[in-house]
Design a protein around this ligand. Structure first.
Ligand SMILES: [Zn+2]
Length: 69
């Protein structure tokens, strides 16, 4: 059965955070499959979850995707 809430498969943590899309697959293919990378806030394991699964925004002050470099 599909779970609507994030739970880490490794440590069972419930705090999921959006993770950066790092490569072609994550940028272009995952969205087509309604998936996105999510990082566990407890053990930092990355995994893919449905975009329907609510996760927290990364909240890092002063850091934006376009301001890197
Ligand atoms: Zn975890």
């Amino acid at each position: 059965m599909l779970s609507r809430a994030f739970q880490c498969r490794d440590c069972g943590g419930l705090a999921g955070y959006r993770s950066r899309r790092r490569n072609f697959v994550e940028k272009y293919l995952l969205p087509l499959l309604l998936l996105r990378p999510v990082r566990c806030g407890d053990c930092f394991r990355r995994s893919y979850r449905l975009i329907l699964v609510p996760v927290r925004e990364r909240n890092e002050p002063g850091v934006t995707d376009s301001a890197a470099a």
